[in-house]
Design a protein around this ligand. Structure first.
Ligand SMILES: *Cc1c(COP(=O)(O)O)cnc(C)c1O
Length: 380
């Protein structure tokens, strides 16, 4: 079976994990701090908070942004449900804005119409790993006094205008699920340049408890305070050691993904049944988390058949994503189909092809041939 995504684990990663298992700290030890510092360094951000997964990262970011009951965030429906869910955890409302059909990213020209006095933040997703138009989004956020919280879960290692994703938005959430750029098994992080935001997220991820910046005078060394309602969203040292080891190979992983994307681009360039994703250029350098094609020409409207044919050939393609507000839970909250027509149309035609660093050249050739066959392409 060839899956759409997969982790790359080496002996060095295994050794890093084992060494933590032999050490004094399995959690709240030095490996977490080392990973946070390496991650902030890699992305050119001042601070990183490692947390238990990407959803926790989004939740911590929203809390640090002061997002609460009655507030709204602006995001796009072409994302994993967690981007919206984390707002719902806070009693806030996700407002979905349509996408740009060229990229699948939020369409900046449609954001302003969705802003209300309750809007607190714009939450763009660097969908498939391709950065959003950060300059356009920043300009809108500044005009309206909003924060930009990037869901960068696809985009660790991507650059926008030569700046790393993670250093551009006010906060950027990452996930280290096995299909993402690097993995810790489960894991996530938020990056920021704002010290206050950093401290709030750090505290939120550990029950809201702190032993510094106390509000009362300390009666002794045992004393600590719970100052806000936090959660246990900590990443363990076992996971963090894996993350740090993986981070050392991130550039290599991205280069492999980029090569596969380039090969697919070439292979499908003259296939009228397939529209390939936007290629990188000097402004946008994707992390190539996903390679999403759209069925076109004679294959338009045949996604279900093509999907089934590929699965029957053991190719585990996927669909990223079902628009978030299609889910029954969102429907139960009153969201309705028809709200983002571009995303809805996009959803009907998309397929995520296998792309991950260890996908071998012969497997890539198999993917290309099988896709062409299953979309009904007649070779000339
Ligand atoms: C993976 C992902 C998340 C959630 O991350 P988890 O680590 O699975 O909780 C959120 N948003 C996007 C866009 C993702 O791809």
């Amino acid at each position: 079976m060839i899956s759409y995504g997969k982790q790359t684990i080496g002996d060095d990663d295994i050794d890093a994990v084992v060494s933590v298992l032999r050490s004094d700290y399995l959690t709240q030890g030095p490996a977490v701090t080392a990973f946070e510092e390496a991650l902030a360094d890699f992305c050119g951000a001042s601070y990183a908070v490692a947390v238990s997964n990407g959803t926790a990262a989004l939740h911590a970011a929203y809390v640090a942004a002061g997002i609460g009951p009655g507030d709204e965030i602006i995001t796009s429906p072409m994302t994993f449900a967690a981007t919206g869910n984390a707002a719902l955890f806070q009693g806030a409302t996700p407002i979905f804005v349509d996408i740009d059909p060229a990229t699948g990213n939020i369409d900046p020209s449609k954001i302003e119409a969705a802003i209300t006095p309750r809007t607190k933040a714009i939450v763009p997703i660097d969908y498939t790993g391709r950065p959003v138009d950060y300059d356009a989004i920043r300009a809108i956020a500044d005009r309206h006094g909003l924060l930009v919280i990037a869901d960068g879960c696809h985009a660790l290692g991507a650059t926008y205008n030569e700046k790393m994703v993670g250093s551009i938005a006010d906060m950027t959430a990452f996930s280290f699920h096995p299909v993402k750029s690097i993995t810790t098994g489960e894991g996530g992080a938020v990056l920021t340049n704002d010290r206050h935001v950093y401290k709030t997220m750090k505290q939120f991820a550990t029950h809201g408890i702190t032993s510094t910046d106390l509000q009362s005078e300390s009666p002794g060394g045992w004393y600590h305070e719970m100052q806000l309602l936090g959660n246990n969203y900590r990443l363990s040292d076992i996971h963090a050691a894996l993350g740090r080891s993986q981070l050392g190979k991130l550039n290599e992983f991205i280069a492999k993904r980029r090569d596969i994307a380039a090969r697919y681009h070439d292979a499908f360039a003259s296939v009228t049944e397939i529209e390939t994703p936007m290629a990188d250029d000097s402004l946008y350098q994707s992390a190539w988390h996903l390679y999403v094609i759209r069925l076109a020409g004679a294959a338009e409207g045949k996604r279900a058949e093509v999907f089934a044919a590929l699965r029957a050939k053991n190719m585990w393609v996927q669909v990223h994503y079902i628009p978030v507000y299609y889910h029954p839970y969102y429907r139960s909250l009153g969201y309705q189909k028809g709200h983002c027509p571009v995303a809805e149309k996009w959803y009907e035609s998309i397929l995520s092809l296998p792309i991950y660093p260890t996908l071998q050249p012969d497997e890539q050739a198999y993917v290309i041939e099988t896709i062409k066959e299953c979309v009904g392409h007649q070779s000339t």
